[in-house]
Design a protein around this ligand. Structure first.
Ligand SMILES: [Zn+2]
Length: 218
């Protein structure tokens, strides 16, 4: 069995520092918005390869390379939160997808994309079809993830933490304002597998600055 993190007891999760935690509430009004059409460079296609049950969500490890703000990162894994962890303009989308990256120094950067109800998402269909509870298995066909990555709209960027223990700080967050969509049926299917909410409560901003990078630029 996979050990399940208890989100009803998250106030008992321990952390070593506590001034730069995630998630947070995001809005244009609280951000400094600049044009940055070259913020992201999706260099080598992202593929998901191995799908595993993490107890509260599923995780897809894979490969891919990008430049995030001109620095090289390797895509490590994608996992899911339902409902979303960050709020955007006071709204909490039904899901948030975390693309976890690491650079050569071991520094972490997460590209987060939320999802609202709308058109079905083909990649989520592939994952729901491949998922087997309590296991870690290669997906039958590699799942192309590049098309899920943000290429337009506003990207919020701030320095935060992991949202699960050990809640380590120094994580760079890039959160897309523009959501993906999943169908109501996909969400229902996902929530049947993972009925417990796995969103950490909003954390205090404290002295941090939030940047808003406009990918549309110019
Ligand atoms: Zn996450």
């Amino acid at each position: 069995m996979v050990e399940k993190l208890d989100y009803t007891q998250q106030n008992t999760w321990s952390f070593t520092s506590g001034q730069q935690q995630s998630p947070i509430a995001l809005s244009v009004a609280s951000s400094q918005v600049v044009e940055a059409p070259d913020l992201f460079e999706w260099q080598v296609p992202y593929y998901g390869e191995m799908l595993s049950d993490q107890g509260n969500n599923m995780q897809l490890t894979g490969k891919g390379f990008a430049k995030l703000d001109r620095r090289h990162y390797r895509f490590v894994q994608l996992h899911f939160h339902a409902p979303a962890e960050h709020t955007i303009e006071g709204q909490q989308p039904v899901m948030e997808w975390h693309f976890v990256h690491e650079n050569a120094l071991g520094q972490k950067a997460v590209v987060a994309v939320t999802a609202i109800i709308g058109q079905a998402n083909p990649q989520l269909d592939q994952l729901l079809a491949a998922f087997v509870p309590n296991t870690a298995l290669p997906v039958p066909e590699d799942v192309l993830l590049t098309t899920l990555l943000p290429t337009k709209g506003l990207i919020y960027r701030y320095i935060g933490s992991l949202t699960t223990p050990p809640l380590s700080e120094g994580v760079e967050w890039f959160v897309a304002a523009e959501p993906l969509t999943v169908s109501a049926q996909q969400l229902a299917q996902y929530r049947e597998l993972f009925p417990q909410d796995n969103n950490r409560a909003l954390q205090a901003l404290n002295q941090r600055a939030i940047m808003g990078y406009d990918l549309n630029g110019k």
